[in-house]
Ligand binder design. Structure first.
Ligand code: TUI
Length: 314
């Protein structure tokens, strides 16, 4: 059995987080992951506070285990949700797509474990100084909003820059990835794309199908010109967006082209206008299964790999 300090800190069985995927990670998915011994995380995304509160209540009705909420800091509702997690006694808050400095004191005073996603050493150092509980080092292999660095180079540099526990994210979907993350100095992993195939994941069946049929080169990054690069499946929408980005389109028109595309993918499975966020590891996601089985399977796969690592040392 693989246990680490993050299990003790959060009261979870396995050091596996489910990524806070905007529009996708609802109370049902989060509860299933937490029930399975990992940390389920509800994604606030761009949703208003009332709908996030509803998801929290749903998750609480399905599990007594700790759950997390991911706050997407570019959301216009981030301030509201920062309060809601306190009112709802949420155990763990993760943040993404920005700097959560202004919230940390209040969350900590409320007893919340604060785990920011960082994509650079500078933010890791700042978060350490401001009292974060742990860090998620997310490489650009991941789906959604991505930083510059890959998991392979980011994780060890973050580990060197902090005394906090580090969770590796980006490009992890099986036991080999988990073992590699531990070798780089992480004490846990976060997976998003692998959980898209969970039975409890409520994306449109077409979204799930596209993930299960994806191959190694199926994702691309768009949105660099507007300053928020996003990795998604290489669909008609992604290609057209990319063309527009490097053609003459104004920032406003480009912004408008992207608006609503994530909802169209998640709720309608719209292959023409939808933006199907997915990580580069999508090519390795091959079966639909319960979230709890995913958590157990990746950790059980990692065990013999970590145990056998000494075979290389002569
Ligand atoms: O946040 C994510 N992934 C996301 S957010 C999202 S919703 C969205 N949709 C369209 C455009 C933008 C967002 C979909 N996927 N992952 C965590 C993450 N955080 N990755 C990278 C970062 C990050 C990047 C820069 C964190 C901090 C940062 O700089 C902070 C600063 O101000 O120094």
């Amino acid at each position: 059995m693989i246990r680490s300090e993050i299990c003790e800190m959060l009261g979870i069985q396995y050091p596996v987080f489910q990524g806070g995927m905007a529009w996708i990670a609802d109370g049902e998915l989060a509860a299933a992951v937490s029930e399975g011994g990992g940390l389920g995380i509800i994604a606030a995304g761009n949703a208003p506070g009332s709908s996030v509160r509803e998801q929290i209540k749903n998750a609480r009705s399905l599990t007594k285990k700790p759950i997390g909420v991911n706050i997407m800091l570019m959301s216009p509702y981030a301030d509201d949700i920062a309060q809601i997690v306190i009112e709802e006694n949420i155990e763990v808050v993760t943040t993404g797509a920005g700097n959560p400095a202004k919230y940390i004191k209040e969350w900590k005073a409320a007893g919340i474990k604060v785990i920011p996603v960082v994509a650079s050493v500078a933010l890791a150092k700042l978060m350490t100084r401001l009292g974060a509980s742990a860090l998620i080092a997310e490489g650009g292999e991941s789906g959604g909003h991505v930083g510059e660095l890959t998991t392979m180079v980011l994780v060890p540099q973050i580990c060197d820059a902090t005394t906090l526990p580090v969770i590796a994210a980006g490009g992890i979907a099986d036991g080999r990835g988990v073992a590699a993350a531990f070798m780089l100095g992480a004490c846990g992993v976060q997976m998003g794309t692998r959980f898209l195939s969970a039975i409890e994941c409520n994306v449109h069946p077409i979204y799930k199908d596209r993930i299960l049929k994806a191959t190694d080169l199926c994702t691309m990054v768009t949105g660099k010109r507007l300053g928020h690069p996003v990795r998604s499946l290489r669909t008609q929408f992604a290609r057209e967006y990319s063309k527009a980005e490097y053609g003459g389109m104004t920032d406003e028109d480009l912004e408008a082209l992207g608006t609503g595309a994530l909802r169209l993918a998640v709720q309608e499975g719209d292959m023409k206008k939808g933006c199907f966020l997915a990580g580069q590891i999508a090519g390795m996601v091959k079966k639909e299964q319960p979230a709890a089985q995913i958590v157990k399977e990746v950790m059980e796969e990692a065990e013999p790999i970590l145990q056998g690592a000494s075979k290389w040392v002569k």
